[in-house]
Design a protein around this ligand. Structure first.
Ligand code: NDP
Length: 247
């Protein structure tokens, strides 16, 4: 897939699935702006890693749940890169607990980053894409956004919300050459899932028809397709990347 002269903003692009997406797009020739919120050294490391593909790469500190901060970063990227073509809403957090033990803060934090963060980034790039008459928005939902999951009410609600948000923006912008789609990963091996016990990991693996844990690259391949010219007639779609787990 050829992404020459395209610019992608990847939230949470310094590690895990986000870094795999940024890598895949850079390999195709895209310029990359990664947004990170944690350790600056991770952002610098990711920038160095991505720079090997010869495209422009920058990292920006930005908490996507912060409306003003995400607006400033979008404006800065547009100024420094000359525009944005792909918005990849990948940043996400978990605060897993049964509702019985889940307090308001656990709920608000997850909704704030996962759902409001996705809204913030879409809101701030919306006019830019409209004027450009081009844009690809790909947001990371989850199979638990489709099916729910005990112990993940906050996370599942945020990921289900992303699906509603995606379909709405897809309808609003389809006539402007802008597509909006979501990927719904199943169980992917990253820092987010490495915290699970071996017992839980083995139990989950046993349930996956493909009999393996997914890789960040499995997700990145689908995201890259959704950004490509070949996917110009695909919008408002949710694609599971789960080895058949949520079939
Ligand atoms: P990781 O925990 O490895 O990475 C999460 C990323 O999100 C990090 O890059 C982190 O930035 C970033 N992030 C977190 N909070 C913020 C914030 N407030 N502002 C900006 N960036 C933020 O997770 P994964 O790579 O596994 O997950 C990526 C996405 O995929 C998430 O949305 C997740 O919910 C989703 N997903 C993952 C699945 C899995 O099995 N792994 C399954 C289904 C969905 P930093 O590096 O700076 O801390």
């Amino acid at each position: 897939m050829d992404f020459t002269n395209k610019t992608a903003v990847v939230t949470g692009g310094s590690r895990g699935i986000g870094l795999a997406i940024a890598t895949k797009l850079a390999q195709g020739g895209a310029n990359i702006a990664i947004l990170y919120v944690g350790d600056e050294s991770e952002g610098i490391k990711a920038k160095e890693e991505l720079s090997q593909y010869g495209t422009k790469v920058e990292q920006y500190f930005c908490d996507v749940s912060d409306f003003e901060a995400s607006q400033k970063v979008v404006e800065k990227v547009i100024e420094e890169f000359g525009g944005i073509d792909f918005l990849i809403n990948n940043a996400g957090i978990t605060r897993d607990k049964l509702i019985l033990n889940m307090d308001e803060k656990d709920f608000d934090a997850v909704i704030g980053v996962n759902l409001k963060g996705t809204f913030n980034m879409i809101k701030h790039t919306y006019k830019h894409f409209m004027k450009k008459r081009f844009g690809r928005i790909v947001s990371t939902s989850s199979i638990v956004g489709l099916n729910g999951n005990a112990g993940q009410a906050n996370y599942s609600a945020s990921k289900a919300g992303i699906i509603g948000l995606t379909k709405s923006v897809a309808k609003e912008l389809a006539g402007r050459g802008v597509t909006a789609n979501a990927v719904a990963p199943g169980y992917i091996g990253t820092d987010m899932t490495n915290v699970l016990s071996d017992k839980v990991k083995d139990a989950m693996k046993a349930q996956i028809p493909a009999k393996r844990i997914g890789t960040p690259e499995d997700v990145a391949n689908v995201v890259a397709f959704l950004c490509s010219d070949e996917a110009s007639y695909v919008t408002g779609e949710v694609i599971r990347v789960d080895g058949g787990l949520a079939m």
